[in-house]
Design a protein around this ligand. Structure first.
Ligand SMILES: *[C@@H]1O[C@H](CO)[C@@H](O)[C@H](O)[C@H]1NC(C)=O
Ligand SMILES: *[C@@H]1O[C@H](CO)[C@@H](O)[C@H](O)[C@H]1NC(C)=O
Ligand SMILES: *[C@@H]1O[C@H](CO)[C@@H](O)[C@H](O)[C@H]1NC(C)=O
Ligand SMILES: *[C@@H]1O[C@H](CO)[C@@H](O)[C@H](O)[C@H]1NC(C)=O
Length: 391
């Protein structure tokens, strides 16, 4: 396989081949010469133009291989059957204009272990806007007890979710599948039990409906919490240069939600090879699958930041969580006025990239939602919302 492959790329190198000017008397049969030539062309071809970076190193010792291979420009790789199939489906979904429904809605999808501590706040947020939203709840541990009629009957069939494992992504896919059943749903927002809205409903609705991009967090992180989680088992479809990281809390347009439904190629790679403890590393599929998928298939169709704010600035294993005493008008004002998103790499350089939040050519506030708020913050938040301090 690899030999024929290499032959295909090796065509330009025939000048290095031994030309057949052997002794005319003891000339070996022509077919042997041709065979020897073919083998030579293949080997030279495989060496100079590897079909992909690592496979050529099976032929040669890595000591010879790596320094030379590093100098070479990458070459186009032949797509696998699964990739060709996946590309036609994805291209078709992206290029087919969607039928605009008369009443476009936003699907709010809650991924929670049980009851929603901020149900009352969300009720205030939703009330009066019936017909412009739909709610879906995936409760993975226990059946939530609701007080608001808006939430009653909105649970979808759910399954156990283990933090950092593929079951997290499977739950996200389950929410998307349920929400896609309603053709009016045009935008799909993933929220956790600790998420709160930062604005009133109309602001959020206009913001999301006014754009045709998805807010999927994605960045290149060469460090310990980024590319160190990558494994070559993901080759050939996912190369290390394609591997991205980002927070799981997405907000995506319908076409992108359909692509998540259609994708089994990339999903399977993450299911098999991106998990805690695999191949001596801890990979968390929910932080890498969607950023990698969308950066690969539609990089300009995503914003590269999430509209859900979370504060990692304390540099701890978990993000900052907000208690009742933290909730003040000033805090909401601070978060809602943020106009740049930033990413920090986890390598020694700790490179910070600050990117202005821009879509349709205009600068915007980055965030519509925030986490993580502790349940005790509910009353203060309710006050802020009822005081009309939130716009
Ligand atoms: C998204 O909207 C912008 C501005 O309205 C437009 O220029 C762009 O072509 C649209 N992109 C897609 C993929 O529809
Ligand atoms: C997101 O990042 C990719 C590169 O990873 C880039 O091609 C794309 O333009 C970015 N999207 C926006 C909206 O800037
Ligand atoms: C809001 O931001 C200002 C300036 O960054 C900071 O000094 C202040 O402590 C922040 N307030 C809250 C409540 O986070
Ligand atoms: C909301 O308004 C009430 C009554 O005017 C006031 O007592 C309270 O301090 C306000 N709360 C906030 C968080 O501004």
């Amino acid at each position: 396989m690899k030999v024929t492959h290499a032959l295909h790329y090796g065509n330009g190198n025939t000048q290095y081949l031994p030309v057949s000017r052997g002794r005319p008397s003891a000339r070996p049969p022509l077919w042997i010469l041709i065979l020897v030539c073919l083998v030579c062309v293949s080997l030279i071809g495989a060496y100079v133009y590897p079909p992909r970076r690592y496979s050529a190193c099976y032929f040669f010792s890595s000591r010879v291989c790596s320094p030379i291979m590093d100098w070479l420009p990458p070459i186009a790789r032949e797509l696998t059957d699964d990739e060709i199939a996946s590309q036609v489906v994805i291209k078709e979904i992206l290029s087919t204009p969607l039928v605009q429904p008369k009443n476009p809605k936003i699907a709010f999808m809650f991924l929670t272990p049980g009851s929603l501590p901020f149900e009352k706040l969300w009720e205030v947020f939703f009330l009066g806007h019936e017909g412009k939203f739909s709610i879906y709840v995936h409760a993975s541990r226990e059946k939530p007890m609701y007080v608001s009629p808006l939430f009653i009957g909105r649970d979808i069939r759910s399954a156990k979710v283990v933090w950092g494992k593929i079951s997290m992504v499977e739950a996200e896919k389950r929410l998307l599948a349920n929400a896609l059943q309603d053709p009016d749903n045009q935008h799909f927002v993933l929220l956790s039990d600790s998420c709160i809205p930062l604005h009133k409903f109309n602001y959020v609705y206009d913001y999301l409906m006014g754009t045709n991009i998805s807010f999927i967090d994605s960045f290149w992180d060469p460090g310990a919490h980024g590319n160190a989680r990558y494994t070559e088992h993901m080759l050939p479809e996912i190369e290390e240069k394609d591997f991205r990281k980002g927070s799981q809390w997405f907000s995506m347009k319908r076409q992108h939600a359909l692509i998540v439904m259609a994708d089994s190629l990339y999903f399977t790679k993450f299911k098999l090879y991106c998990k805690p403890g695999f191949d001596g590393r801890n990979c968390y599929a929910d932080e890498h699958y969607m950023p990698t998928l969308f950066t690969k298939i539609d990089p300009t169709g995503i914003a590269n930041w999430s509209v859900t704010c979370v504060d990692w600035s304390e540099g701890k294993w978990h993000p900052k969580s907000y208690r009742a005493v933290d909730v003040k008008y000033e805090l909401l004002k601070n978060i809602t006025s943020i106009g740049d998103n930033y990413h920090i790499t986890s390598d020694e350089k700790k490179v910070v990239t600050l990117t202005p939040c821009v879509w349709n050519g205009m600068r915007r506030p980055c965030y519509l939602f925030a986490r993580k708020f502790l349940p005790e913050a509910l009353d203060s938040l309710m006050q802020l919302f009822s005081n009309n301090t939130v716009i």
